[in-house]
Ligand binder design. Structure first.
Ligand SMILES: [Fe+2]
Length: 159
């Protein structure tokens, strides 16, 4: 049976919120990474990559809000402090993007999407363990989106 936010124990809520805040942090770092690449990508594939990176940051910007608002529904604190998010994130920024090739950017963004799939997948599994199917559903949907973007990016490297 579905456990609603109020049915969950305080410990379960806290555990799920911690996992979701990690997802928010990594999604936020990837949002900025995608915007950085959207601005700075160069080369023959400029137009489609400029567009793809925009698609990614727009998706991720909306997703970080959905994930953080799920934290609030579970009575947690949504961590919106950028410096803490960067520190906690397993997705790294790309400080050397000046002069980076389009291929370098695609590889870095692909790695970010794969990391996000893992982190959000883990949060979904934790939610499932506690019977929190509503959080699990959100995480599954996000996992599908990250795998779709990973495919889009990988397709550029296969050509
Ligand atoms: Fe733009």
């Amino acid at each position: 049976m579905t456990q609603t936010a109020v049915d969950l124990s305080t410990d379960a809520q806290a555990e799920i919120c911690e996992a979701l805040n990690q997802c928010v942090a990594e999604t936020a770092v990837t949002t900025m990474l995608a915007q950085n690449f959207h601005w700075n990508v160069t080369g023959m594939a400029f137009a489609p990559l400029h567009e793809l990176f925009q698609q990614i940051y727009e998706d991720h910007f909306a997703a970080q809000d959905d994930l953080a608002e799920r934290v609030k529904a579970l009575k947690g604190h949504a961590n919106g402090v950028l410096a803490e998010m960067v520190k906690a994130s397993k997705v790294d920024e790309y400080p050397d993007s000046k002069g980076a090739s389009a291929q370098d950017m695609i590889k870095a963004m692909l790695a970010a999407q794969e990391t996000l799939t893992q982190t959000i997948g883990g949060a979904g599994e934790l939610a499932a363990k506690h019977g929190d199917t509503l959080t699990e559903d959100l995480c599954i949907e996000r996992g599908r989106t990250h795998e779709k973007f990973a495919w889009f990016l990988r397709a550029h490297l296969d050509g």
